[in-house]
Write a protein that binds this ligand. Structure first.
Ligand code: GTQ
Length: 373
C-alpha cells in the first residue's frame, strides 16, 4: 500500500464502500446487464498519480547479442517476415511493449538479405547498432545507414530494409508505436504489390535536402505530419553535443538535444520523439520524474542510472527503460570520456494531449536513496 492509498481510506470523495452480501448480489445483477458500480473501481481507474505497469529494466547487449545472431540460422527473413527479437517488458507482455506503449526489437540481417516492402499505421524508427551496408527505402527514398544513425519510417510510408552484399552483418533497434496504435484500434498493415520498391530519388536526398543547419530548401513544400529528413546521422549529432559540452546543460539530463522535424521544429514524428544526450566526464545528474515512456540505448561510454531507487549499470549498446512517472537519474562512470544516450519516447503524444508533467526530486541533494538488490 502506498502512502496515498493509506490516506485514501479516510478521504472524503474517494470510494470506501465495504462489501455486504446485498451489495455483492447487486454487483452480480449489474454485471449481467453489462454495467458496474463506479465505486468498485474508482480508486483503481483514477489513481492519485500515474502507476506504470512497466517494470524499469535493462536489456544488456552482451546477454542478447548471441541470441539475436542465432536467429539467422533458425529463420529466414522471408519466412519470419522480419527477423526480430523483441524486448518483452514483464509488465507489458500482453501488448508486446518494451515500456508503456512503445514496442522495441533487435533485428539482424546479413549482407545481401532484404525484407519485403510493406507499410502500416504504426510509425517506426530504426537505430543502427552494428554492421555496415544497411539501408532502408522509404517511399522511394533510399537511406544508407551506419552505427548510431537512425531512419524514420513514419505511418503509412512504404518501407523495406536490406544490407548491401558488400556490407557486414547488421543489428539494429526497431522502435515502434505498435502498442499505442493497437490500443487506439487503428492499425492497418499492407504488403507492397511488388514486394520491393523502385528507388526514385538520389540516395540520401532527404537528409541532404533538409539536414543543413540554418538552411531550408528554396523549392518543395512539406506539410506531412512527420519530418521530411527521414535519416538522422550520428556524426553531426555528436558534433553538436560536443559543441555544447562547455554549457551548463540540464541538471537532470546533462546536454540533451531533441531530434527535430526541420519544418516545424517539433518532434520527428506524430507519436514518437527521439533525443540524444551527453553526460560529460564525471557528470552525475539529479533525479526527476515525468510522464511519458522512455527507452534509452547507450551509444557511447558506460555508467549507471538509478530508476525508482534501483541502480542499473550500463555500457555501450545496452537498452534500458524509464516508465512514466519513475524517478530517474544518470551518471557517467568515466572521468575522462563522455557517455551518450539515445532515447526514444512518446513525448509528442504526451505534449499534444496536454498530459506532460514533470517533478524534481527534492530530498537528499536531488539523489534517490538506492535500494540494495
Ligand atoms: O520493420 O516495420 O521490429 O512492422 C516490428 C514490426 C519492425 C518494421 C519490427 C514492424 C517492423
Amino acid at each position: 500500500m502506498t502512502r496515498h492509498d493509506q490516506y485514501n481510506e479516510n478521504v472524503a470523495g474517494r470510494a470506501n464502500v465495504e462489501d455486504t452480501p446485498e451489495l455483492l448480489a447487486y454487483y452480480d445483477d449489474l454485471k449481467k446487464k453489462g454495467a458496474a458500480a463506479l465505486w468498485t473501481v474508482a480508486n483503481k481507474i483514477e489513481p492519485w498519480e500515474p502507476r506504470s505497469q512497466s517494470v524499469p529494466m535493462i536489456w544488456r547487449y552482451k546477454d542478447l547479442r548471441e541470441d539475436v545472431l542465432r536467429s539467422v540460422d533458425l529463420v529466414t527473413p522471408e519466412k519470419a517476415g522480419r527477423r526480430v527479437i523483441y524486448l518483452d517488458n514483464p509488465g507489458r507482455s500482453d501488448v508486446a511493449a518494451a515500456v508503456g506503449w512503445i514496442y522495441a526489437g533487435l533485428q539482424v540481417m546479413h549482407p545481401g538479405e532484404r525484407a519485403s516492402a510493406h507499410r502500416h499505421s504504426a510509425s517506426a524508427i530504426r537505430f543502427i547498432m552494428e554492421g555496415t551496408g544497411a539501408y532502408t527505402v522509404v517511399d522511394g527514398h533510399k537511406m544508407t545507414l551506419g552505427a548510431n544513425d537512425f531512419v524514420l519510417t513514419p505511418n503509412g510510408t512504404w518501407h523495406e530494409h536490406a544490407v548491401a552484399s558488400d556490407g557486414s552483418p547488421c543489428i539494429w533497434q526497431d522502435g515502434l508505436d505498435i502498442p499505442l496504435v493497437n490500443a487506439l484500434e487503428a492499425n492497418f498493415y499492407e504488403v507492397h504489390p511488388d514486394l520491393a520498391q523502385a528507388v526514385t530519388h538520389p540516395v540520401d536526398d532527404m537528409t541532404r535536402t533538409w539536414g543543413n543547419a540554418g538552411l531550408r530548401p528554396g523549392t518543395g513544400a512539406w506539410s506531412k505530419g512527420y519530418s521530411p529528413m527521414f535519416k538522422y546521422e550520428w556524426a553531426p549529432t555528436y558534433e553538436a553535443l560536443s559543441g555544447l559540452a562547455e554549457t551548463d546543460g540540464s541538471p537532470y539530463d546533462g546536454i540533451l538535444m531533441h531530434y527535430m522535424n526541420p519544418v516545424t521544429s517539433g518532434h520527428v514524428m506524430g507519436t514518437l520523439g527521439a533525443s540524444m544526450q551527453m553526460l560529460r566526464p564525471g557528470e552525475r545528474t539529479r533525479a526527476h520524474r515525468h510522464t511519458g515512456s522512455f527507452l534509452y540505448q547507450v551509444c557511447k561510454g558506460s555508467g549507471h542510472s538509478v530508476i525508482n531507487g534501483r541502480r542499473f549499470d550500463w555500457t555501450e549498446r545496452d537498452i534500458f527503460c524509464v516508465p512514466s512517472w519513475a524517478w530517474h537519474e544518470h551518471a557517467n562512470a568515466s572521468a575522462t570520456e563522455d557517455a551518450c544516450l539515445f532515447c526514444l519516447n512518446d513525448l509528442p503524444v504526451m505534449e499534444k494531449l496536454g498530459l506532460y508533467r514533470e517533478e524534481a526530486f527534492g530530498d537528499n541533494g536531488g539523489h534517490q536513496p538506492v535500494h540494495k538488490p
